[in-house]
Design a protein around this ligand. Structure first.
Ligand SMILES: Nc1ncnc2c1ncn2[C@@H]1O[C@H](COP(=O)(O)OP(=O)(O)O)[C@@H](O)[C@H]1O
Ligand SMILES: [Mg+2]
Length: 315
């Protein structure tokens, strides 16, 4: 079975996750190019702190959407956490300040403090990407995510984020118990909205994000792994956490597979890999598995990426 249906019109966001170094960027790039070759307008985003799209496509991409190919409608974007945080501050800074400053004497720097809270960055990364998806400029967004731990955390974040915003507000105001009583009564200084209305709007945003990432028609997940104990362990962990969050992994790419073993070294390696591939296949019968052979060449430049895409979508 092929990896994913390239002509699926409902599919809007494809997230590629896995441990560092297993081939996420290689696979995400190959899949994105494949969609572009089908005539779709594709945005390939990397949020991995180690810049990678630029390397594989051998052009500078950076933090503005940039056309990667002359031939296809393929665009790239490397987004750093600094930028995501800066945009978060633009979006939420005034509201947070408004909430807090209506009770306490605070500097606007307080917003920076809230921005350092765990989860904010990931939450907003998701929001940022969903806005790009919903903006309608692209037919599909392929997201080369940062290494696994990060992605997992990200998926729980809409709730964490919200809890944090509320907790920060309560904490700063020192009104834990009092809060519930006042939040719908307090009308903020210089604002038409109540505290409750502002918090509700945060809540609505969180819900929108969760809704989007759980919509199995719009969002699909691909895990890239390698046929080794470590790869299996990580896959187990990711899948468990995904299912705990009501998310479904439909595809696994098993990368670095030795194809032709013509020496003792490679025969031994192949045997080891087969053991773990069987393990994955037996464990996850409902998940579509695609293998990707370890190539002798370095995978760089559009032609090589196309070749990998061909392998991923063969048979
Ligand atoms: N099937 C493969 N054959 C040969 N080299 C590969 C293969 N998959 C990945 N690589 C190489 O392994 C390195 C790591 O891959 P990359 O896609 O950057 O991983 P990640 O994004 O998960 O960190 C890169 O140098 C890439 O070219
Ligand atoms: Mg990468």
């Amino acid at each position: 079975m092929g990896l994913i249906n390239l002509t699926d019109k409902d599919l809007k966001l494809l997230m590629v996750g896995g441990k560092g170094g297993v081939g996420k960027t290689t696979c995400a790039s190959s899949i994105a190019l494949k969609f572009a070759m089908e005539g779709k307008k594709v945005l390939l985003i990397s949020s991995d702190p180690t810049p990678s799209l630029s390397d594989i496509f051998e052009i500078t991409i950076g933090d503005r959407e940039k056309k990667i190919s002359n031939e296809y409608e393929l665009y790239g974007l490397e987004i750093s956490s600094d930028i995501v945080l800066a945009r978060w501050k633009e979006r939420f800074g005034p509201e947070i300040y408004e909430v807090i400053s209506s009770f306490a004497k605070v500097d606007y720097d307080f917003v920076d403090y809230v921005g350092t809270a765990p989860g904010i960055e990931e939450e907003y990364m998701l929001n940022f990407i969903i806005e790009l998806v919903e903006g309608g400029k692209y037919d599909i967004v392929v997201w080369d995510t940062a290494p696994a731990g990060h992605t997992l955390r990200l998926l729980q974040l809409p709730h964490l984020f919200l809890r944090h915003m509320e907790a920060a507000t309560k904490f700063y105001m020192g009104i834990y118990d009092y809060f519930e009583k006042i939040k719908d009564a307090v009308r903020l200084r210089g604002s038409k909205r109540t505290l409750l209305e502002i918090i509700s709007s945060w809540e609505a945003l969180s819900e929108k994000i969760v809704h989007f990432i759980r919509d199995r028609n719009k969002t699909k997940y691909i895990i890239v792994t390698i046929p080794e104990a470590l790869g299996v362990r990580l896959t187990d962990r990711v899948i468990k956490e995904f299912s705990e969050n009501n998310l479904l992994v439909e595809n696994i790419i098993i990368n670095h597979v030795v194809k032709d073993a013509d020496c003792e070294f490679h025969m031994k390696r192949k045997k080891m890999q087969e053991y773990y591939m069987d393990m994955l296949e037996n464990r996850y019968r409902d998940i579509n598995m695609v293998t990707l052979y370890l190539s002798a060449d370095e995978i760089k430049g559009v032609e090589k990426i196309k070749m990998v895409g061909g392998l991923l979508f063969s048979d």
